[in-house]
Structure formats: C-alpha cells, structure tokens
Design a protein around this ligand. Structure first.
Ligand code: NDP
Ligand code: HSE
Length: 430
C-alpha cells in the first residue's frame, strides 16, 4: 500500500471536516485507491483554540512554512482562505513541486494568473473542486464530463449563505440578521460574511466557472456584482404576489459576447431553481452537445466541502502514484472572447418605488420610461392615502440595463418619487 503524506493548512470549518472524514473513511479510500493518506501536520494560527474535531496536539503547528516545505509531504491542502498567507503558502508548495488542493475561490479568482503560471513553471498541480458549490462536483463536470460542449449558458445558486438567508426570509418569520447568524453558526459563511451577502463570493465562483467553460482567464474585475443586502421582506412579499421567488444567481451567458454577473433575480416560482432552499446550490448548464444538465447539492458546510476536498486529495494521490502528466487548466490554446458590459445586458425588471399617492404620478413615471422606449407590463399599487407615500411596483418589459439605469435616474428626479428605489432583474431562464 502506497502512503501519501498530506499537510493540512487550516483547521477551521473545512479543515476539521476534511480531517474527520479522511480518518473515518480511511479504509474505504484505501480499498478504492490503493493509497493510505497520512496527515503529516496541520497548520493553524491559534494552538489553544477549542476545536470540535479531536486531533493529536503533536500534529498542530503555527509554522506552516516548515510543514509545507517538509520533504516528506506530498500534498498540501490549503484551507486558510483569503489572499494573504494562503497565496504565499500555495506558491511555496508549488515551488517545491508539491500537489496543492485548495477550496480558496477568492485566491483563484483574483490571483489565478500568478497561481496557474506557477503550476506551469514548477510542473506542479493544483486541484480546486471545493472552490465552487461546496460538495457539488461542478469543476470535474466542466473539465471532464462536459469537455466536448460549448456552453450557451451556465447559471445557478452559488452561495449557500445567501440562499439560506433568502429562503428563510421567503418562508417567513426570520429576519435577514438572524438568518445570517444561523448561516455563520452552520459554518457556511466566509470569515468575513460581507463576501457572501455582497455577492463577492458568488462572483469569485462565476469567474472560475467562466474561465473553465470558456478557456481563458476571466478577469475578476469584469464580473458584475450586486448582493442581497438591500432586499427587504416587502420585496419578497411582492415577488410572491407576482408569482416569483428572489434568488441570488451567478449567470454566465454566451450571446454575442460573454456576460458574467452575480445579482438577485426574480425567478418564476415554478422554475426548478425556485425550490432550491437553504444551503443548497444548483447549477444549470446548457451545452451544445449535452443539452441541459443540472447539478444540485449542499454548497457549503464542513461535510459537503470535505467531500470535494477529499475527491481532490484522491485525484492528486492517484496522479502522483501513476505520474500522470500536467494538463492545461484552461485548454491548450486560450480562447479570445469578447466580454459584454452589464450595460449591454437585456432583461426584464421589477422596480419598487416609494411614491406620493397623487394623480398623475404613474403617468409621469410611464412617460420617463417611454422616452427610453421601455414598456410597463404590470403595476401593483396597494391602496394608500392621498398625499402619503406608498410603494409602487412596476414590472418592466425587456430593456438594456443602460436604458433602464438612465430611465431610473430620470424617475428619481420626479417630485413625487421618494426614498431609494429597488431594481431587480427578472431573468429569462428558458
Ligand atoms: P475558517 O475561518 O473556519 O478556518 C480557517 C482556518 O485557517 C483556521 O483554522 C485558522 O486557524 C487557519 N488560518 C487562517 N489563516 C492562517 C494563518 N495565516 N496561519 C495559520 N493558520 C491560519 O475557514 P473555512 O474552513 O470556512 O474556509 C476555509 C477555505 O475554504 C476558505 O477559502 C473558504 O472560502 C473555503 N470554503 C469554505 C466553505 C465553507 O462552507 N466554510 C465551503 C467551500 C469553500 P485558527 O483556527 O487557529 O484561527
Ligand atoms: N461562504 C460560501 C457559501 C462557502 O456560503 O456558499 C461555500 O463556498
């Protein structure tokens, strides 16, 4: 039986999950792979922190450099997170020719060029299944199972924390703040949860998926990002009244250029993604050969993420054992792709305004929209009191975002329109 030694960097939510399941399913892995994985050491910041998974004290160290550079270590599993020490650690491991397994989407999306360049320079491999959608094997699906396809679109729920918050709010009775606290307790949220709720984490994942599915490195700065911070129970209530659910989606669309974006979307309650609740993620893929395919599973948390990390450890172990050659991450010949600005993207919209209830308000708003050739498809205005502010909900026909944005600026200048507007996209997911 071949032994492969692993250094684990980080013993937080994911690190503990990986350690626990490597131990628990050791015999299964040995039987399936013919490899015995041995954890050589675990790097942490704080040696005294109480952990929920028991580990021999002798395995823990604060000195990640010595651990990573130890010649007995074959695979380095980076689970620190962030772009600081994690970046240095991964580069140090690659430089030494170790295989690297990481769940760090932020680092790959923002420093992918440097990391991938280092893998080529040192002929060392990196594996990152857990970086997108937790336990759902979407990276292996794109790189292997769907390799013959050109992708018309890839869209889905890519952040477990936001989906958890939105589904709790949608089912009623739980505030945004309480739902976020629960998601943090479950180990789903990033160390800084602003990355989740501001859409940045989902955008990191979109950048990775767009790169793999299009064969070039998608610059993170080109991913359009809106989070869920401003969504109120009122919007969820109106969305329901109109037959929709609100979800944070990552969307990659190839239609006269590539658009890559993350924003809340109103989706029909009958759509399959509307039923994806809690920490679950789901990704819908349309390939020119396979047609439609969908991937579903837990998108965050210790166990689901450990499943993906251990899949990578297994692949890395087999690659080392059988000396599998490097294969290019983005294809042998990177593609040239035009990236569309969000201003060019066409969608329908949900617009919630706060207006003073007086004659002529709706006509004034409709005329601003008409000047940009934008039509209204339906209107909800709860009965109010003349002269008092009331919500006005408009469902708006297809329009380019540039036109919609400019029209909204015009609407906000009208004297009867008060407060902050809420503009959400209604995406055509057919
Ligand atoms: P945690 O914050 O729970 O754990 C981070 C661990 O890394 C801690 O053990 C911490 O040590 C250690 N660490 C961080 N920086 C250093 C450093 N400079 N030196 C030594 N130790 C350090 O994070 P998660 O486990 O939740 O996430 C890890 C990675 O996995 C991130 O990239 C995240 O985005 C990704 N990920 C997370 C998922 C999840 O569901 N949580 C799902 C998919 C991916 P100490 O404990 O001593 O503070
Ligand atoms: N914070 C992330 C989420 C972890 O909630 O989806 C999984 O990548």
């Amino acid at each position: 039986m071949q032994e492969i030694r692993i250094a684990v960097a980080g013993f937080g939510t994911v690190g503990q999950g990986v350690y626990k399941h490597l131990l628990q399913n050791r015999a299964l892995l040995q039987q399936r792979l013919g490899i015995r994985f041995a954890v050589h050491g675990i790097a942490v910041r704080n040696l005294r922190r109480k952990r929920s998974v028991k580990v021999p004290r002798s395995l823990l160290t604060q000195d990640w450099k010595s651990l990573v550079e130890d010649p007995r270590v074959n695979i380095v599993v980076e689970l620190f997170g962030g772009c600081g020490e994690a970046r240095k650690l991964i580069l140090a491991a690659l430089r030494k020719g170790k295989s690297v397994v990481t769940a760090n989407k932020a680092l790959l999306a923002e420093h992918g060029e440097e990391i991938f360049e280092a893998t080529a320079r040192y002929r060392a491999k990196i594996y990152f299944e857990a970086s997108v959608a937790g336990g759902v094997p979407i990276i292996k699906a794109l790189r292997e199972g769907l390799i013959v396809n050109r992708f018309q679109h890839i869209y889905g729920i890519l952040n477990g924390t936001c989906n958890y918050i939105l589904s709790k709010m949608s089912h009623g009775g739980v505030s945004f703040e309480d739902a976020l606290k629960d998601a943090q307790k479950g180990g789903y949220a990033e160390a800084n949860p602003a990355f989740d709720i501001d859409g940045i984490d989902a955008a990191h994942k979109v950048a990775i998926l767009a790169s793999l599915s299009n064969g070039f490195l998608m610059p993170f700065s080109k991913v359009y990002i809106e989070g869920i911070r401003s969504i109120t129970p009122l919007d969820i209530q109106f969305a329901h009244q109109l037959g929709y659910e609100i979800k944070l989606l990552g969307i990659i669309r190839n239609e006269n250029g590539l658009s890559a974006r993350v924003h809340p979307v109103l989706i029909p309650r009958s759509h399959i993604l509307a039923a994806v609740d809690g920490v679950y993620n789901a990704i819908v893929v349309r390939g020119d050969v396979v047609g439609d395919a969908m991937f579903y599973g837990r998108g965050a948390g210790a166990d689901a993420t450990a499943s993906a990390v251990i899949a990578d450890i297994s692949e890395a172990g087999l690659d080392r054992l059988y000396s599998t050659e490097m294969r290019p991450l983005l294809g042998a010949k990177p593609a040239q792709t035009k990236i569309k600005s969000i201003d060019e993207v066409v969608s329908r919209y949900y617009l919630r305004l706060s207006v003073v209830d007086r004659p002529g308000v709706l006509a004034a708003i409709a005329s601003v929209l008409a000047r940009k050739k934008i039509g209204i498809s339906s209107v909800i205005q709860p009965e109010g009191h003349e002269g008092k502010a009331v919500p006005l909900i408009l469902m708006i026909h297809d329009a380019k975002y540039r036109d919609m944005r400019r029209a909204l600026q015009g609407i906000m200048r009208l004297p009867s329109v008060r407060g902050r507007p809420m503009l959400l996209r209604v995406e055509d997911l057919s």
